[in-house]
Design a protein around this ligand. Structure first.
Ligand code: PLP
Length: 408
């Protein structure tokens, strides 16, 4: 009889978003007149910008001609896109990344999950707590996480680094050793960012211990403060210890279009092997590249019109974040994030649990949030709000929460 990967049997159900949906639907079932506003959605809502759709239209037309048809492309991505990324996302910020170090993919979720293929199963993995669940679950699937405790809401072989208000939501390098370290800045779900000095401490730790930092900067486009690094490679020493994941999803509305990329520097070597070569081997074996039409759309993000247009959309979400932060500021609720990130992390009042506060806001304000406890044990006592909704809905949702808190 075939043996299955029994690690899958240890995974807890993906409870968070299904439970949020279940509670909203139970509530609207009982209160059909309620118009729920979702500050819980992690997907973008603004459409693709004209520069992108026009480039995609042109690419579709090309594909219908004998001369312009593209079949299998390079698995690592077309040179036109890898070169645009190297130039506009890195060289323009003073960071030297070569096109050969960039691997275009169908998004950061796949890459964050697949990167584990090139690492042994006995590495110790460190994650922030709360955390984007993909890092945890993919390591559990690979057998690196040990056993799951339902009661504690955690895996016994993972090293969880609590990120809470008391430490500014910043994970300091631990005294223990971890070989694989997932860092995500700007952070989902807390909206926190890391300074250069904070990232330097991690780079020094990783170089000293032979660890590898897996740096997810899917939300870098939301950084507003000029001194906050957008890339781990802005930090000296990162080329010998870090891999970076980026995405066009939140930057340019590609959540449904699918495109992202991973940077593996040539200097990064472990166990006598160049990780760039291992990732190249993994991708060329298991992945057949991103569609030509999508890559043309992604490259259009870097044209002058494309850049101006996507910045307008990002500006729209940033204003939503500001409306949420400023609107809740006078209410006595403690709000974090939302300055350099599309996420606002709200501490629940009077020690209420995340789910308790979720139910309370749903009932009193008809606003849906995402309970922080769903992102890890240290997310208990917080909820996540997102800036990805419509401007009017966001304004109304904040107004309703304010009224509810005032006992209205
Ligand atoms: N990384 C983080 C931290 C995310 O929050 C998300 C999506 O929500 C992703 C990666 C996934 O990005 P993509 O759409 O490129 O797969």
């Amino acid at each position: 009889m075939v043996k299955i990967n029994e690690n899958y049997l240890k995974l807890p159900g993906s409870y968070l978003f299904s439970e949020v949906a279940r509670r909203i639907s139970a509530y609207t079932g009982a209160h059909p007149e309620a118009k729920i506003i979702k500050l819980s959605i992690g997907d973008v809502t603004r459409p693709l910008v004209p520069a992108v759709t026009q480039a995609m239209h042109r690419a579709v037309d090309e594909m219908g001609t004998a001369e312009g048809f593209h079949g299998y492309g390079p698995e690592q991505g077309y040179p036109f896109l890898r070169e645009a990324i190297a130039r506009f996302d890195y060289a323009e910020r003073g960071v030297d990344i070569q096109p050969e170090e960039i691997f275009v993919s169908d998004g950061a979720k796949s890459d964050c999950g697949n990167i584990g293929d090139i690492f042994g199963t006995d590495n110790r993995v460190a994650v922030c707590d709360p955390v984007y669940p993909v890092y945890v679950d993919t390591n559990a699937m690979a057998g690196r996480a040990g056993e799951y405790s339902q009661q504690q809401g955690r895996w016994d072989r993972l090293l969880y680094i609590p990120c809470v208000a008391e430490n500014g939501f910043y994970p300091a390098p631990p005294a223990e050793r971890a070989e694989l370290i997932y860092l995500c800045f700007p952070n989902n779900p807390t909206g926190a960012v890391a300074t250069r000095e904070q990232l330097k401490a991690w780079v020094d730790y990783a170089n000293a211990n032979g660890s590898v930092i897996l740096f997810d900067s899917a939300y870098e486009a939301f950084i507003t403060r000029p001194d906050i690094p957008h890339s781990i490679f802005e930090i000296e020493g990162a080329r010998t210890c870090a891999i970076e994941f980026r995405s066009f999803s939140k930057t340019a509305g590609f959540t449904g279009t699918r495109c992202g990329y991973t940077v593996v520097p040539m200097e990064l070597e472990r166990g006598g092997a160049r990780l760039n070569s291992l990732w190249n081997r993994r991708q060329t074996t298991k992945f057949n590249g991103v569609p030509y039409v999508v890559q043309r759309g992604a490259a259009a993000v870097y044209t002058p019109e494309g850049r101006a247009q996507i910045m307008e959309n990002i500006g729209y979400y940033r204003r939503n974040a500001q409306v949420i932060r400023e609107g809740l500021a006078g209410t006595g609720l403690e709000c974090f994030g939302g300055v350099d990130a599309p996420y606002i992390w709200l501490r629940t009042p009077e020690g209420m649990g995340s789910w308790e506060f979720f139910d309370w806001v749903l009932d009193r304000a008809n606003v849906a949030t995402t309970p922080g406890a769903g992102f890890g044990p240290s997310g208990e006592g917080y909820v996540r709000l997102t800036a990805f909704g419509g401007a009017e809905d966001t304004r109304q949702a904040v107004e309703r929460i304010r009224t509810a808190l005032q006992g209205g």
